[in-house]
Ligand binder design. Structure first.
Ligand code: C2E
Ligand code: MG
Ligand code: MG
Length: 776
């Protein structure tokens, strides 16, 4: 059976399928998105590299142009005319974005010489160094191109914004870039945006080489420089890039970075950008770059989303399909479990399920500390109904019995059909009425089930037997309980049927002994321990021995002497009776031949035959082959069968008995009077003898009823031309009474016990028989 947990899992299987497939889709889409994103990240980084390289390239170009300008001044020993300068720079640079200048160092004492020289050169008589004022030294612009600012502006004056850098330039040996400044050389307003960079280097000329000799004997000649607009610079860089790039640039030479360019809103710079560092004439720039939109918007979401959508559709389809399959599976499972749980014929629980239920109830009773009664109910002689009226009617009767059982039993009783004519009934202690102990319940079930049934116009009567086992006293588990109940049922059946038995310790002990007997009996057949003894039968008038009954004797090494009354029923139940019967026949023939060889005349020997032996298809052929093998006259053989075989299988037996009788083998009906004596057997079947059961003989002198019955059987036998044998005659009174009743033959301890085969020669009865030469 499927547990509830597993069932719940089954019910949700389609959701699981949806989640699994959809999650797979989600994972695939995410992987695609991340791959695309990292690809775009790489593209952004490549664009940043390109931007930084371009920027660096343009700055290097500026530096090299400036180098050329510095070389011009140095090579002309400082004597470069403005016109020459302009011409040179014009030919050098391709665009007007960069302004070149030269500011000559002028100590105070050279101021007027310088001014007069410049007036002449520029043709400007009003030229003078400005801003006005007396200072110790000046550094006025003396060469400029493009000519946007006036000559003569003193970059050592306080109006010049970046005096500090001028000092730095003078002291350095290489190009120095200023930090970003507001436009130089012009009056600046406070908070004017920094948009200019000045690149400058000092020019030192040896004194002797100068055309205009300075008066201060110093070699510092001035500062050559260029300044450019950052915006123009960046325009130049970005115009050469195909893709749109967003950037910001900071001068990070000092501790605090000075941001001087930002092409995007500040909010965009939270994350997702690349950083480069550039070195420019003693300064360090940090360049951050990124695409003009966030990576998220750059990523092409369509492929990832379409994959996700496809997976979603697949998940929906599979969910729908799985659900459909599950529904079918569940209905098939329901049908199957119904089929497994309920017996089709009776509507009761099936054999399998009732046993499963028993296991469940055992757990419940264990937990709740309750008792559980297990009944196995078996109909008596149901086979006869089947054979007489056919299986179809037999099935209908079973259905009727099932219905009645359901009505008779307490409501909470669990009833299962075990197949054939057997039922399993489970009753938890609480379900029993207090006044109704188990044996009363069993008795009332038997009584009610045994009431007549009306099936297809017929009134049928059938009895039943019940075997019970109670948990926890007997049987800790389902298998043992059923085994014990079966055992008890067997006892009920062997106790005459239509009754009940409960398993108890004694029964268990008996069962164990039976198992042991069976095992040892099988062994005895292979080895020794078995013997055939012979009990004489005596003619009650002539008192001569007229026959002998072969009776099995067994002395086992472990069990000691075991009576046939004990081991024969076990052999019959277990099937050992078949090889055992063969052994008896073989031995009986062997002894007959031995006695003949020894010259001992013996009367006919009667062999007891069980039902199972007679039912064998090869019984008659075996008998023929034994007769042939030992060359024994069939007249020396008698066969005793009990009534029970006739009740169970009268029809098929009748033909066999006729065949045996035709051979000349005489037949006796044994233990007559104990079974369901149907007098028709005596009339129709070829019996020669009727053996009255010793139960009647035992107290024939005390019990008038038994005496009357015995008398009646004797008269009946005679009327049917049968000889009557009384068995178990153990005293003279019994003998006299039987003689008075006219009984023909007697057998019992009064005459002789069963004797071993070897004592035949010395047995007085046999000796007497041999002396009188012959027997009837
Ligand atoms: P049975 O065929 O009715 O045999 C007669 C039984 O009565 C024998 O018991 C015998 O020893 C016993 N008996 C004879 N005279 C007296 C008497 O005066 N008083 C008392 N109390 N008992 C007497 P045994 O040998 O124990 O056999 C019991 C049963 O076992 C037999 O009953 C027979 O049904 C069966 N049996 C014995 N040998 C064989 C055999 O070889 N094959 C088969 N199938 N059954 C056998
Ligand atoms: Mg007998
Ligand atoms: Mg008998």
């Amino acid at each position: 059976m499927i547990s509830l947990k597993k069932q719940a899992m089954f019910n949700k299987a389609h959701y699981v399928v949806f989640c699994v497939v959809f999650l797979c889709g989600l994972a695939t889409s995410l992987a695609m998105y991340l791959d695309e994103r990292s690809h775009i990240g790489e593209q952004q980084k490549a664009l940043g590299d390109k931007f930084a390289n371009k920027l660096s390239g343009v700055l290097q170009q500026y530096t090299s142009e400036l180098n050329s300008v510095a070389a011009l001044i140095e090579s002309n020993t400082g004597d470069v005319s403005p016109r020459h300068f302009v011409g040179f720079v014009k030919s050098l640079v391709s665009n007007q974005d960069i302004q070149f200048f030269f500011a000559q160092y002028v100590p105070a004492k050279m101021k007027s010489t310088f001014e007069s020289k410049l007036r002449a050169r520029l043709g400007d008589t009003s030229f003078s160094i400005y801003p006005q004022g007396d200072r110790q030294e000046y550094m006025p612009l003396s060469l400029i191109y493009p000519n946007e600012i006036p000559y003569g502006f003193d970059i050592l004056s306080t109006q010049y914004q970046d005096l500090v850098s001028v000092q730095q330039v003078r002291n350095s040996l290489m190009w120095t870039a200023s930090k970003p400044l507001a436009t130089p050389f012009l009056q600046t307003t406070q908070n004017a945006p920094a948009n200019t960079i000045i690149l400058s280097a000092p020019i030192y000329l040896p004194l002797e080489s100068r055309s205009n000799k300075p008066t201060d004997n110093i070699v510092f000649y001035g500062v050559v420089g260029a300044y450019f607009n950052i915006e123009n610079l960046l325009k130049q860089v970005t115009s050469s890039l195909k893709e749109n790039v967003v950037f910001r640039i900071a001068d990070v030479s000092a501790d605090n970075p000075v941001w001087f360019a930002d092409s995007a809103k500040k909010t965009l710079w939270d994350k997702g950008y690349d950083t480069h560092y550039l070195s420019l004439a003693n300064r360090k720039w940090r360049v951050d770059s990124r695409f003009d939109s966030s990576l998220w918007t750059q990523v092409h979401l369509f492929p990832a989303l379409s994959v996700l959508f496809s997976f979603f559709l697949l998940a929906c389809f599979l969910t729908f399909y799985t659900n459909k399959l599950l529904l079918r599976y569940r209905s098939a499972l329901d049908a199957a479990s119904k089929y497994i749980e309920v017996d089709e014929l009776t509507g009761l629980l099936s054999r399998y399920y009732v046993q499963h239920k028993l296991s469940e109830l055992l757990v419940y009773c264990q937990e709740e500390n309750k008792k559980l009664a297990t009944f196995v109910l078996d109909l008596d002689h149901f086979k006869t109904i089947n054979e007489a009226f056919g299986h179809e009617l037999g099935d209908k009767l079973i259905v009727e019995v099932s219905r009645r059982l359901s009505n008779v039993l307490p409501k909470n009783a669990v009833i299962g059909y075990l197949g054939g004519d057997a039922f399993l009934i489970l009753i938890v202690q609480d379900d029993l009425k207090e006044c109704e102990p188990l044996d009363c319940l069993a008795q009332s079930i038997i009584q009610k089930i045994s009431e007549g049934y009306y099936v297809e116009g017929l009134t049928l009567n059938i009895g039943c037997s019940i075997g019970g086992a109670v948990y926890p006293e007997f049987g800790p588990d389902a298998t043992t309980l059923i085994k014990y109940a079966d055992m008890a049922l067997y006892h009920a059946k062997t106790s005459g049927r239509s009754t009940y038995r409960f398993y108890d310790v004694e029964m268990g002990g008996r069962f164990e002994r039976n198992v042991r007997i069976e095992r040892r009996l099988r062994k005895a057949l292979q080895t020794t321990g078995l013997a055939l003894h012979f009990q004489p039968k005596v003619d009650l008038i002539s008192e001569r021995c007229v026959g002998m009954e072969a009776l099995l004797r067994w002395e086992d090494e472990e069990l000691g002497v075991v009576s046939p009354a004990e081991f024969i029923p076990i052999a019959e139940q277990t099937g050992v009776i078949l090889p055992l019967g063969d052994w008896v026949f073989e031995q009986a023939f062997r002894h007959l031949v031995e006695w003949q060889e020894q010259g001992i005349t013996v009367p006919p020997v009667a062999i007891n035959c069980s039902a199972a032996q007679l039912k064998r298809a090869d019984f008659f052929p075996n008998l023929l082959s034994l007769l042939d093998k030992y060359k024994v006259d069939p007249c020396l053989l008698e066969i005793e069968v009990t009534e029970s075989i006739l009740i169970e299988d009268a029809e098929s037996c009748a033909e066999l008995l006729r065949q045996i009788s035709r051979l000349g083998v005489k037949l006796a009906i044994d233990d007559f009077g104990t079974g369901y004596s149907s007098l028709s057997y005596l009339k129709d079947l070829p019996f020669h003898y009727v053996k009255i059961d010793q139960v009647f003989i035992r107290d024939i002198t005390e019990d008038k009823k038994h005496a009357a019955l015995t008398h009646a059987i004797i008269s009946l036998g005679h009327n049917l031309n049968l000889k009557v044998i009384a068995e178990g005659i153990s005293n003279v009174d019994q003998l006299i009474m039987l003689q008075e009743f006219g009984c023909d033959i007697g057998q019992g301890y009064l005459f002789s016990k069963a004797l071993g085969a070897s004592s035949m020669g010395s047995d007085p009865m046999i000796v007497a028989l041999n002396e009188k030469e012959g027997f009837d």
